[in-house]
Design a binder for this molecule. Structure first.
Ligand code: SF4
Ligand code: SF4
Length: 267
């Protein structure tokens, strides 16, 4: 399912999963494991047709490696959407349900929370790494009718409401860094012009000028971004949260920071 990319203006309270027992979804038909971890791309070290076990190395970078979370057959190595918002190579493995495991202590599962008012059953659930979010949502009962009717006006956020990352698709893999996903149904809020109220400036904990940073980012004016201190943004989400015009400032300030750091040789 494809979603509108945005995140901050939540009209329904986060669906509570606090009192719910931990569910398990440990037998996906396939997993798609990204060849990327800690912001670094890995070299694949399996081929289509190879048989793997839980813990078999499928990607490597120097002394580090990425392993399979299920036993089965590699059926594809292809670029797919990723939570980094880039297309990343994934190793797609078809489950043989034998649960064969290499003699190593590889952790192949992750517990995540899915909530936000856009799913029928907000849940805490333990899944295999590489399981597709869309499969998990189907397993827990699916989206609410209003999200199904209007996904483009709904929002999918990886992480917390203010600081999470807005995604455009639920065809993404669960990774060891995944923790929570919010699905936010359509709202009547629409972005308007800046009314120059200064709320974003007043509330920025780093004393930044989010609107000026967003403008400088649009023109990729790196020198001005540095002068404005974009590199100090902590992506706290406060500027977007307080904006009465519903402007998604944090997306822009976060990208501006990344641009400055990239220019300085960072990641
Ligand atoms: S996201 Fe960045 S610019 Fe916005 S309030 Fe937080 S620190 Fe300031
Ligand atoms: S809070 Fe929103 S409306 Fe107010 S100055 Fe900042 S961007 Fe403009």
């Amino acid at each position: 399912m494809s979603f509108f990319k945005g995140k901050t203006f939540i009209t329904m309270p986060k669906g509570s999963s606090e009192e719910r027992p931990l569910k398990e979804f440990l037998n996906p038909k396939t997993v798609a494991i990204p060849l990327r971890a800690k912001n670094v791309d890995y070299e694949g070290c399996v081929s289509v047709g190879d048989l793997v076990k839980i813990g078999t190395k499928i990607g490597e970078k120097a002394a580090d490696s990425i392993s399979s979370s299920i036993s089965g057959k590699v059926i594809a190595i292809e670029k797919r959407d990723h939570t980094s918002l880039k297309k990343i190579d994934h190793v797609v493995i078809e489950n043989d349900f034998k649960e064969e495991r290499e003699p190593c202590e590889y952790v192949d599962t992750k517990a995540i929370t899915i909530s936000g008012g856009g799913v029928k059953e907000p849940s805490k659930i333990k899944v295999k790494l590489g399981t597709q979010l869309s499969d998990i949502i189907e397993f827990i009962g699916g989206y609410t009718d209003e999200v199904i009717k209007n996904p483009k006006d709904s929002k999918l956020v990886a992480g917390a409401a203010l600081t999470g990352k807005p995604l455009v698709t639920d065809e993404i893999a669960i990774e060891s860094t995944s923790s929570a996903f919010l699905i936010i149904p359509p709202s009547n809020y629409r972005e308007m012009s800046c009314m120059r109220c200064s709320a974003c400036v007043i509330h920025c904990p780093k004393g930044l000028q989010p609107v000026q940073i967003a403008k400088a980012h649009k023109t990729k004016n790196n020198a001005l971004l540095q002068k404005l201190g974009a590199q100090s943004c902590i992506s706290c989400g406060m500027c977007s949260f307080v904006c009465p015009s519903f402007i998604e400032l944090t997306d822009q300030t976060t990208k501006a920071k990344q641009l400055v750091l990239k220019d300085k040789g960072g990641k």
